[in-house]
Design a protein around this ligand. Structure first.
Ligand code: GLU
Length: 419
């Protein structure tokens, strides 16, 4: 059998082919881009890649580098230290506006240029020189993509020839004491970062790395800690799509970042990393066909942050109520806060006069940290009520049972006759 996912992507591309909008022209080299390219790629949590269209076509990452440079700064200095320099509020202004908080002089967020130039300078130790810092950023982008990235020297030189506005922004944050080094160096480094070359498959892997909590699905490298990935995804959700962030959140609902070369990267936690490429932009600066492709993916596959998950109403299995005179509780499905609460309510109804209680979690499909903590507590309380608690945990999902507070029988698939 051949997986239909690739054909589905092909079909979306043919249905989203109509192209309006215009290529970015404020960087001369970008104005020369072929506007007809169109590509999409998806990456799954286990690192499987699907793509369609001009998936090998490389383009400059531009603003899509911003969340990743932000992630590297957070990794290197911690969330609090970076927050002192750059905020997390949507600015409602264009990407190259002077969006500074009145009271603090901090850039409003890391997704607009003034914030991104600041963030670039926060990658690595404060005393790094310009070349070493830029190399560290580009190497870090490569760790997210799972391969070493090159820089498009022509696009870099072209943007540097028209860099006055970014230079003005960098000078302002220097004047406010937000960055400490030279504004020229900050802008040069940031502009090189924007000129890193990627294709849609790189974007999909980079997105999946964030969507998996910082671990690259291809290389297995933990590029940034999980709390950093969460912080970056949050800021992408509120500020990622230039001035169209609100429309995007309701219509598409995938944390995303777009760039003026025509790329869009999306990262839906736990589900998918996605990349699209098509150079013509709408009035907000987002790729026209890229937006359409994302709208389709979100609608067809219910890939939306605010999708209402199916509640697990059948947490307690019906299989057996007793096992050789012992109370048997079979838990099943995904164990998160809501389902663990249901399991605890079930435990609550077990009378202290009942003797042994067997809790079988072999049918639990996933157990998140909250579910695990709640189950540990429930089992400990059953034990405290005087029950001998026997836990059947064939996949070892519960881990160490609360430092031995719960009497516990081996994690093996139970031999019913032998018990
Ligand atoms: N290098 C571009 C700039 O700073 C990136 C802009 C973008 O992609 O939004 O102007």
């Amino acid at each position: 059998m051949h997986s239909p996912v690739g054909e589905y992507l092909q079909q979306i591309l043919s249905e989203c082919a109509a192209d309006d909008g215009a290529v970015a022209d404020y960087i001369p080299e970008l104005a020369a881009a072929d506007p007809d390219h169109l590509a999409v790629a998806l990456c799954t949590p286990d690192g499987t890649l699907y793509s369609a269209g001009d998936a090998e076509r490389r383009f400059t990452i531009q603003s899509i580098s911003k969340p990743f440079a932000y992630a590297l700064a957070l990794r290197d200095h911690g969330i609090d230290a970076v927050l002192e320099k750059v905020g997390v509020e949507p600015s409602g202004d264009a990407f190259n506006e002077i969006s500074l908080e009145e009271r603090t002089g901090r850039p409003e967020n890391p997704m607009i240029n003034i914030g991104a130039i600041t963030t670039h300078t926060l990658v690595g130790p404060a005393d790094l020189d310009e070349d070493a810092r830029t190399a560290r950023v580009i190497e870090g982008l490569g760790a997210f993509a799972g391969r070493e990235l090159a820089v498009d020297e022509d696009v870099f030189a072209s943007e540097m020839s028209e860099v006055w506005r970014n230079l003005a922004l960098a000078s302002l944050v220097r004047a406010n004491g937000i960055i400490s080094g030279s504004p020229e160096e900050a802008v040069r480094g940031y502009t090189r970062q924007c000129a890193a070359l990627v294709d849609v498959r790189d974007l999909a892997v980079m997105g999946m790395t964030l969507a998996r909590g910082g671990t690259n699905p291809l290389t297995g490298e933990q590029v940034v800690p999980e709390e950093v990935a969460r912080q970056v995804l949050s800021v992408m959700t509120s500020c990622g799509m230039y001035d169209a962030a609100g429309d995007w959140l309701s219509a598409v609902g995938i944390p995303a970042k777009s760039g003026v070369a025509g790329g869009i990267l999306g990262a839906l936690p736990g589900q998918v990393g996605a990349g699209t490429f098509s150079p013509r932009l709408d009035r907000f600066g987002n790729s026209v066909r890229g937006v359409r492709v994302f709208e389709r993916l979100s609608r067809d596959m219910n890939l939306h942050l605010m999708r209402i998950p199916e509640p697990s109403l059948e947490v307690i299995g019906r299989r057996e109520r007793t096992l050789r005179g012992r109370r048997l509780v079979v838990l099943q499905g995904a164990m998160d806060f809501a389902s663990a609460e249901m399991a605890l309510r079930h435990f609550e109804r077990i009378d202290p006069s009942e003797g042994d209680v067997v809790v079988d979690i072999g049918m639990v499909s996933t157990l998140n940290d909250v579910g695990r903590r709640m189950l540990h507590e429930g089992l400990a309380r059953l034990a405290a009520d005087g029950h001998r608690v026997i836990v059947v945990d064939p996949h070892g999902r519960l881990g160490d049972l609360g430092g031995g507070r719960v009497p516990y029988i081996a994690r093996v698939v139970p031999d019913r006759e032998g018990m």
